[in-house]
Design a protein around this ligand. Sequence first.
Ligand code: 7PJ
Length: 356
Amino acid sequence: MRTLLRPTGFVDSPFGHDGKVARLAGGLNWFAAVELIRIDGHERVSTELVPVADLEDRFDDDMAAHWRALTSTRAPLQLGERTIRLDQPQVMGIVNATPDSFSDGGQFADAIAAAEAGAAMAAEGAAIIDVGGESTRPGASLVWEGDEIERVAPVIRQLAASGTAVSVDTRKADVMTAALEAGARMVNDVSALTYDGRSAATIAAAGVPVILMHHQGPPETMQQDPRYDDVLVEVYLWLEERIGAAEEAGIAREKILIDPGFGFGKKLRHNLELMNGLAMFHSLGCPLVIGTSRKSTIGALSGEAPADRRLGGSIAFALKAVEQGVQVVRVHDVFETVQALRVWRGLRDQALTPRP
Ligand code: 7PJ
């Protein structure tokens, strides 16, 4: 039996609540209660709401360690020369270096257009640009790694040369190596190092941060019939296991970010339950990343709006994520998301400013 901790009961500020509220992961959110989720293996046995003030009496060693992880500060990310603070939400801009994404002027023109799009996102306030050359959308087919390298390397080289912090979105060790050589300083692996047996060693040797994302099944078939008994608990335990495997391979824990993998082998109700329960993942002690931008869940909730008409839903999800202390939101629409987060930040700063 173990007990997982899910923070809830978020409050505007800690003022006047001494000892009754706790700060989430050194960020801008405070919470007053915790849902204690008792599990036996992967199965939830019970759920109990306990005020923060009464928690300590309940702790065993495992819970105490989770509590420390939940409430400790996250170190900044170092991407080459760039330091990215994680005590406030950051935006990661998506650049798809796939054919026809940006222009129809051939591969060279494509790369320049993609790099320019990434540079524009950085100017709009994205802290990191995530460059990918393989679609991992539901039903997508495989790309040969030589092709994937040819797509991403020139884009990364140009972006990195302009001083932008770049991550590479890939599941393949050879693509990681080529991307790092071209100037990428972080790896975003939607397979959480399960796709290519050489990825973990490649990342460990380079000493760069990595995002481990949950998924169920390969992209080709993941949406056919995903099943969970308890999606929040199962994704949590899966990520915990992948963090352990990454550490075992020599990747420092401070370099690991985690992502519940919105839409990757999940039905509508699974995605919504994960979004509502996101704050629990902080007790794994790693910065959280979430990617909901333009995803089909938004269409499913809004009369099947097409992908290019999902900005409102994307922003609603981004706000839901940062309200739960998520450190990195991965989005297509950088300008609008940065604007939304600046408004949110203004509200937080007002609430956190003591009365004179
Ligand atoms: C995600 C991703 C995500 C992370 C994609 C799309 C599908 N990487 N790569 N998290 N999604 N870390 O952007 O629509 O959710 S590809």
